[in-house]
Each structure stands twice: as structure tokens, then as C-alpha cells.
Design a protein. Sequence first.
Length: 193
Amino acid sequence: MALKAVVFDAGETLVDETGVWQRAADLAGIPRFTVMGILGGLITRGEHHSRVWELLGVARPDSVFEPDEFYPDALPCLAELRSRGLRVGVVGNTPESFEEMIHELVDFAGSSERWRVEKPAPQFFERIVSEAGCAPGEVAYVGDRVDNDVMPALRAGMVAVHLRRGPWGHLHDPPPQALRADSLAEVPEVLGV
């Protein structure tokens, strides 16, 4: 089955989340190093990153991605795949405002806030397939997390690409059936498109 769509996780796959976490720490009045340290501990323990705020005893600050925080290879990759005739989507456990920021650069965007379901729930990946408008085997899903991105995409019947980027991308080892990329510039070649 030939690929018809490529869908990207919005987080560390496309956007350097460092600024988001730093702004959130500043808004919460917590030292940045403390927030990043707890985040790293949660990652290694396999716990949800949002527990940072619970452990610190503060409400989650409203901090979102900024347009200048895309990795340098992100937007060129999206454009290249679209130029090759593939539908391109970006989805994530994000606020709906992220969709507004990226919608002009892709064919579709989705957020856990609007969809009312978070990764790694099977319903989230079913929604991706629906939005892509093709069969699961015709959709490639690119993400940095094995637990939230790669495994659920494989279970949904998609082609999964593990991007070795960000803390999860370096700490998680993908299963053998997942494709691997060290940068988004490699994704078209890795997918053979």
C-alpha cells in the first residue's frame, strides 16, 4: 500500500519545547532548572509530563508554542512532503490554539483539546486516520515518543517513524517494526517517498 498522508506529532517532533517549559516555569514562579529536572525524572519514570505541576503544587500555567520555535528542519519537511503530493497533518496533546498557528502550513491539524481525547488513546489515532481520509496503512505517523506516538500508531495500523529528538526521542528505544530518523530532513527518504 502506498503512502498518501504523513502526520506529525506537534511537540518535540516539530517544535522545540524548551521555550514553552521555560515560559511556564517563569509564569508559575518556579526556577526553570527545577521544572526541567522534575520533567526529566517523570520521563525516566514513564509518568505523564503534566505531573510536573502537581508535584510542584501549582496550577498549570497557560504557555503555548510560539511560531519561531519550530525546529529549522520542520517547515521545509512539511513543504517537501506536500510538494510530493502527500497530505500532511500535525496533531498533538496541545491546546486548540496550536491548530490556529499551523493550519496554513498543513492539510489538517488536530489538538487533544478540540478532539477531547489525548494520545495515546486509540480514539486519538482513529481520528488521525479519519482526518487523513485514507486507510491506516496509507498513513505514516512521525513522533518522538515510543509510548505516546510510535506504539499507538503501530497498533492503529499506521507506518510509525520514531524521530530521535528531544528527551523522549533519546531515552526511548523504538520497536524493530518502526522506522527511524535522526532529523526531519531524513523523513522523505526514510518513508521512500
